[in-house]
Design a protein around this ligand. Structure first.
Ligand SMILES: [Zn+2]
Length: 504
């Protein structure tokens, strides 16, 4: 028997339909784009899979599954990753599909393909782009395609049909990318050898919010994830997943979903997918926490003297979360700090390439009049005129040219590219010492808490109105009533319609 040849590839971007900044091919190529041998080295033990972001994630996990099996060859095709933002423009998506297809065709005889996809990607004027990627890969390779998704994926019937199986992360915040890639590799190899016969069932729920904080380590979602592990651990499922969807995708069929793959047991897959859907539906009324207004948060930060002396108060701008696709241009917190706490030493990130352009030729120490924001995302960013002192100018590979502007104690870290403020070194790289700050602003939902733990004496989530407000999805046109925007008595009619099956 010749060795199995399995190609592997990634196309990953999480799209926020409320962000008007389109995602272009340049965004992928600047952030992460690897092919062939460079990709193979990056995913090998000791490699750095997504430089600057993730050391060992899905593709390294898949490589580990191949390495532990005998007589399997892993064939690198491409890995493309862009920071969450607005929808991909058509030329970008069409080029990515073409490169995937060309890479697979050039790979010669293939027995299977592993595709790591986010699952919540959007493309201008195109519905369900990830189904197109899976279909293109299956057609070009002439072989089954195994897929992994982020747990915020929006699953569809077309994907379930086109893929051998779809496996999603089981952690939130996500930390099992490697394990899911390895699981996908193991199931795929066993399936290609005829050792297992994957059959999949899924359910779609007309629900875009629920599950409380949705963290896997806390109720009410803890029990759901425990059930997934139990079913896989006991061998009743090759893979069991729950997808909590990205509530900023404007797909009419948006919603939570469950997906179960068993070894040749269609009834078992149906029963478990159904039971998991019921578990999720029972948790639909547990809403995410409500957040402070900018004024409330600033008043609390002013009052937290001890916290500020021992470290800093961290304000998470929950309406402008760059890692969930917001532009990063929201000026509301800067405006509030200037009015209500100008003497506190605060550091605030702002993505504003036009202001960087204006400041770059000027000398540090100069005072200049600039208008912050109001250009990339005018619906969520009010233009804010300020007279500021230019403190620092830096070039950074991730967010490119960066300038620091100070108005009294308010320090605005203005970046050219999207600023992912997950770690305090974002401020250090801009020339600011985070230990000297009273207030640090981040634009991230959760992972920052881990990295800011040493200096965050208090963390406050703030709602400033923007592209990542939890209730933003109420503006989307759906295919029917959707919880929590509408009263929905039963999830089954929407599920039956979305899966193209008559209501039982
Ligand atoms: Zn996610």
């Amino acid at each position: 028997m010749p060795p199995l040849r399995i190609a592997y590839a990634r196309v990953n971007q999480e799209t926020n339909c409320f962000c008007p900044v389109p995602t272009t091919l340049e965004d992928f190529e600047r952030t992460h784009f690897l092919t062939g041998d460079a990709l193979h080295r990056a995913c090998a033990p000791g490699g750095f899979e997504v430089p600057g972001m993730f050391r060992r994630v899905e593709l390294a996990g898949f490589r580990a599954a191949v390495d532990e099996a005998r007589d399997v060859e892993a064939v690198p095709v491409l890995s493309a990753w862009a920071v969450a933002s607005g929808p991909l423009d058509r030329p970008c998506f069409d080029t990515l599909v073409a490169r995937l297809r060309d890479g697979l065709r050039a790979a010669g005889r293939l027995d299977g393909v592993y595709l790591a996809l986010h699952g919540a990607m959007g493309v201008e004027g195109l519905r369900d782009p990830e189904a197109r990627l899976i279909e293109a890969a299956a057609e070009a390779a002439g072989a089954p395609v195994m897929v992994t998704h982020d747990l915020h994926a929006n699953l569809t019937e077309a994907r379930v049909r086109a893929a051998l199986a779809v496996i999603s992360y089981k952690t939130n915040p996500h930390r099992d990318h490697f394990a899911r890639g390895r699981q996908a590799g193991r199931v795929l190899i066993r399936a290609l050898r005829g050792e297992v016969r994957p059959v999949t069932a899924w359910r779609s729920l007309p629900m875009y919010l629920g599950g409380g904080t949705t963290l896997d380590v806390l109720p009410p979602m803890l029990a759901v994830y425990a059930r997934l592990h139990l079913e896989e651990g006991r061998g009743r499922a090759l893979a069991a997943s729950v997808n909590m969807c990205h509530p900023f995708n404007d797909d009419p069929g948006l919603g939570w979903s469950t997906c179960v793959t068993t070894d040749g047991d269609p009834d078992g897959a149906e029963r478990l997918a159904d039971a998991l859907a019921e578990m999720c539906w029972q948790r639909r009324h547990a809403m995410p926490p409500t957040f402070a207004t900018a004024s409330e948060a600033i008043a609390e930060a002013r009052g937290a003297r001890l916290a500020r002396r021992l470290g800093a108060v961290v304000l998470a701008d929950a309406s402008d979360v760059v890692t969930a696709g917001a532009s990063g241009e929201n000026t509301a917190l800067i405006d509030a700090l200037l009015r209500e706490a100008p003497t506190l030493r605060s550091y605030v990130p702002l993505r504003d390439p036009a202001t960087v352009e204006v400041c770059w030729p000027r000398a540090c120490g100069e005072t200049l009049d600039v208008v912050l924001g109001g250009r990339l995302d005018p619906a969520h960013s009010r233009p804010l005129p300020v007279r500021a002192r230019l403190l620092h100018k830096r070039e950074n590979p991730g967010f490119r040219r960066t300038v620091v502007l100070a108005v009294e104690g308010v320090h605005v870290v203005v970046t050219e590219g999207p600023a992912v403020t997950i770690k305090p070194d974002f401020f250090t790289q801009a020339g600011l010492d985070p230990w000297k700050a009273d207030v640090l602003v981040v634009k991230n939902f959760f992972p920052f808490r881990l990295f800011f733990a040493p200096l965050a004496r208090k963390t406050i989530y703030v709602k400033t109105h923007g592209a990542t407000d939890f209730d933003a999805a109420a503006r989307i046109t759906f295919d029917g009533p959707m919880h929590p925007r509408d009263a929905v008595a039963d999830w089954r009619p929407a599920d039956a319609r979305r899966r193209g099956r008559p209501l039982a």
